[in-house]
Design a protein around this ligand. Structure first.
Ligand SMILES: Nc1ncnc2c1ncn2[C@@H]1O[C@H](COP(=O)(O)OP(=O)(O)OP(=O)(O)O)[C@@H](O)[C@H]1O
Length: 249
């Protein structure tokens, strides 16, 4: 989808972050268009998780600005950003392990006004079916497999209809069938609800297939940003992350 002329949903503008002497993120800028998927790749330690933490307010940047639909959000707390429509999943899925699957989906609704609750509950049940967990509705979350917990965490992020979902390594270590379900659900959420996704993953072929744009970080800086097919052909991306195949070397 073209970004020309359209206002960006998320703007990452000149972001920098150091941890003591270590530069984790260096002058990083890119945008995420409404109704799109941005894939974020890069070697271990290149600053991907730090950047997600800055976008959702867990960390404050040393330099730069984050904007959501043009409004500056830098320095806002994660709970404020969640209310503005920034949702997040984690490398190790975070679920409320002692609650049932359905109760997990009701947690984001606790702060909703009573009038909105009935519709929101209906949505929670629809989401269970959407990710294929309806048979497990009354099970305690800790009894689910790791992959099912990931689907539950994903469904929970969608309950409040976020504008953008930040996902950190959603496909790592999950069964291929769960991965296929996640990819289908991400695609359908973009198409049906107009949400955007910012997805960090080392599964480059999957990200290339599902992303509208990709960004590659190397040593904390943007090595390339653009169409997936172009990004994976960039010298800096090949040298800094993907490597060369034996025939090409
Ligand atoms: N809380 C912290 N304190 C000190 N250094 C940190 C902290 N968090 C991250 N770093 C450092 O910042 C750099 C970027 O780390 P980050 O976790 O963002 O990379 P990443 O690209 O997400 O890596 P991975 O793919 O392994 O998850 C690394 O050098 C890391 O050691």
């Amino acid at each position: 989808m073209s970004e020309a002329g359209a206002e960006a949903l998320l703007t990452v503008d000149g972001i920098g972050k150091r941890f003591r002497g270590v530069v984790a993120v260096k002058d990083v800028s890119f945008t995420v268009a409404p109704r799109s998927v941005l894939g974020l790749i890069g070697p271990n330690g290149s600053g991907k998780t730090t950047l997600l933490n800055i976008v959702n307010g867990v960390l404050a940047p040393d330099q730069g600005e984050i904007r959501l639909s043009g409004a500056v959000t830098t320095g806002r707390r994660p709970s404020d950003l969640a209310a503005l429509g920034v949702a997040r999943t984690f490398q190790a899925a975070r679920v409320f392990s002692t609650l049932t699957v359905t109760q997990n989906l009701f947690v984001p609704l606790l702060h909703q006004r009573a009038l909105e609750r009935r519709a929101a509950h209906r949505r929670a049940l629809e989401l269970l079916a959407f990710v294929g967990l309806e048979r497990h509705a009354d099970r305690v979350a800790s009894e689910l497999s790791g992959g099912q917990q990931r689907l539950l965490e994903f469904a929970r992020t969608l309950v409040t209809r976020p504008k953008i979902v930040l996902m950190d390594e959603p496909f790592a270590g999950v069964h291929p069938q769960i991965k296929a379900t996640l990819i289908r659900c991400i695609r359908e959420t973009v198409a049906a609800e107009g949400a955007s996704f910012l997805i960090v993953s080392h599964e480059v072929p999957d990200l290339v297939a599902m992303s509208d744009r990709m960004v590659c970080l190397v040593e904390g800086a943007v090595a390339a940003w653009g169409l997936p097919a172009d990004v994976i052909r960039e010298e800096k991306v090949i040298d800094g992350y993907l490597g060369r195949s034996e025939e090409a070397a």
